[in-house]
Ligand binder design. Sequence first.
Ligand SMILES: [Zn+2]
Ligand SMILES: [Zn+2]
Length: 97
Amino acid sequence: MNRPKKNCAACGRAFIQQRSSQRYCSEACRRLGYRIGLCNHEDKETDTAIRTFTCARCGKTVKVTDLKDRRQRFCSARCEKLYWKNRKAESRKKDAP
Ligand SMILES: [Zn+2]
Ligand SMILES: [Zn+2]
């Protein structure tokens, strides 16, 4: 069986793909490709943040890297719970005579 041939995205040489996602003929070319920004998709595991915010409760900087991640104000459900608990406690104090 013939494996598909591809041209290396960095040096342009034809090579035989070992994996369907392979875009470079060698490790050196892969690195070069990354460096010059040809391809950031192979072997992903990017930790490019979609957005960052500061947790409204603990002040930790939260980096959201997943589109499914809906967090916007708190780093965790625990922080969110504590935050609202404190808010309630504070407003009760204010209302007290
Ligand atoms: Zn190459
Ligand atoms: Zn937090």
